[in-house]
Write a protein that binds this ligand. Structure first.
Ligand SMILES: [Fe+2]
Ligand SMILES: [Fe+2]
Length: 382
């Protein structure tokens, strides 16, 4: 991050985004101020009954609301804590390199506030749609009250943790709007600009959290763990998914079950499979669990089967090589299944961010791809 900031940060190199003369043409062509599916009330019958012009105004005001919130949030929440880190006043010992990066982020966030309000101003001036008054204080009061409840004696720690969480989340807005060609170009451009900077911020705050965690007492770690999203001492994200499901049948009872699959992003680095868990099948009459099966293999086999079925029906008629991006459990499951389904498969191209993983898989499947026997059933039936 340090090395590239002067060449890549939006505040250093990005252009000022202007809707310009093309705004009217885009609006006449039906472009939207904001994606309606990200506006919770847009589908309400009362909103749908409004004339199209009024619905457009509501989308514009939702955009203004989002951008005005962003302008306040960056300076009053993110930079409140970031300045603590930059100034060495956050209660966490860091190197100068960390403090310099925090000042860079401070500049980024100030710039995000600036262009958020700038675009509100330009669009409202060009369209005559005035933004409504906006009050950020109630949000800030609730945020601070939550922090004070969790860390009554450490308000600064609460602020740092809140920013670690906010800055390591990628919101649907940041990821969904840039590719959405229904939306005005200027809106997509500033959201794309913002998302680009936030990718760097994510990396910084993930690293910073590790330093913060290492310096906490056991009691504070326990308090933090109760507040933070599942994330362990190395800063890796952990998740737990419980997915109930049913398969209907024309000639018998439906099958009901549940897959519980957990994962930690640091597992592969320690030689473990990233995800693992258990799957249940339930008795359709009594609802009692009847089958308990290991879910990691089932999950990988299901994903690979989906690829093989897609290739069978939609793929080219003749092919002999397969490229795999990522060389973990899913890659192995794909090779094993594809080698059985497509005997012509003769070559594999392998890539992994961790080259040793690609080399290990290449060693396993060198010339020709191995075709292991089908695995024995792994379920314990009860
Ligand atoms: Fe930002
Ligand atoms: Fe940020």
């Amino acid at each position: 991050m340090t090395r590239d900031w002067y060449e890549r940060a939006g505040v250093r190199t990005g252009p000022r985004r202007r809707p310009g003369a093309g705004l009217r043409d885009e609006l006449d062509a039906g472009r939207l101020y904001f994606p309606p599916d990200l506006v919770p009330y847009h589908d309400h019958p009362l909103v749908q009954a409004l004339p199209a012009r009024r619905r457009d105004e509501l989308l514009a005001r939702h955009l203004f609301h989002y951008l005005t919130f962003t302008a306040h949030f960056e300076t009053r929440v993110v930079n409140r804590a970031t300045e603590r880190i930059a100034g060495g006043r956050g209660g966490v010992e860091t190197g100068t390199d960390v403090r310099l990066d925090a000042y860079r982020i401070y500049c980024d966030e100030g710039y995000h506030s600036l262009y958020s309000l700038d675009v509100v101003d330009q669009i409202s001036t060009a369209t005559g749609i005035a933004p409504l008054p906006y009050a950020f204080d109630p949000f800030l009061r609730r945020l601070d009250a939550t922090g004070a409840r969790a860390f009554p004696e450490s308000p600064v720690l609460a602020q740092l943790l809140q920013v670690v969480v906010f800055e390591t989340l990628i919101t649907g807005i940041l990821s969904d709007i840039p590719p959405d060609d229904r939306v005005l170009t200027v809106v997509r451009d500033i959201v794309r600009d913002h998302a680009r900077d936030e990718g760097w911020h994510h990396a910084f705050f993930s690293r910073f959290f590790r330093e913060l965690w290492a310096q906490q007492s056991a009691a504070d770690r326990a308090r933090i763990a109760r507040c933070a999203p599942a994330r362990h001492v190395e800063g890796a994200a952990c998740r737990s998914l419980a997915m109930p499901g049913a398969v209907e049948s024309d000639d018998g009872p439906a099958a009901f079950g549940l897959k519980l699959i957990n994962a930690a992003t640091s597992n592969p680095g320690h030689g473990h499979e990233r995800a693992g868990g258990v799957a249940f099948l339930f008795d359709p009459e009594t609802a009692r669990p009847r089958v308990l099966a290991e879910a990691g293999w089932l999950s990988a086999a299901r994903t690979a089967a989906y690829t093989v079925v897609s290739l069978t029906h939609l793929g080219p008629r003749r092919w002999d090589a397969m490229t795999l991006v990522g060389c973990g459990t899913l890659a192995r499951a794909h090779i094993d299944l594809a080698a059985r389904a497509f005997p012509g498969l003769a070559r594999l191209h392998l890539h992994d961010l961790a080259p040793p993983r690609a080399e290990a898989l290449a060693d396993r499947d060198r010339d020709p791809p191995t075709i292991p026997p089908p695995p024995a059933p792994a379920s314990a039936r009860g």
